[in-house]
Write a new protein. Structure first.
Length: 80
């Protein structure tokens, strides 16, 4: 299956979910090109950008699993 290049935007508003998010990102580490995390204290949210080079199924799986974690939302942008 052909890999896609994607940016995964993750927002974590529940600090108790941070470890779960990091564990899941670690599980998909083979697909991660780069990652940047920004704690934004005024809004009490952590913002993570993850660049992935992965099959569409893996990208969607990661985004879906992240979205099921309490206080976490995620969106994917893929290159054409």
């Amino acid at each position: 299956m052909e890999n896609k290049l994607a940016v995964l935007a993750v927002m974590v508003s529940d600090n108790e979910s941070v470890e779960t998010v990091n564990a899941l990102l670690h599980e998909f580490r083979g697909y991660v090109v780069g990652r940047m995390g920004i704690p934004y204290k005024p809004k009490n949210v952590n913002i993570i950008s993850v660049v992935l080079d992965a099959p569409a199924e893996a990208i969607n799986s990661l985004s879906g699993k992240l979205g099921m974690i309490r206080g976490v939302s995620s969106k994917v942008l893929t290159a054409k």
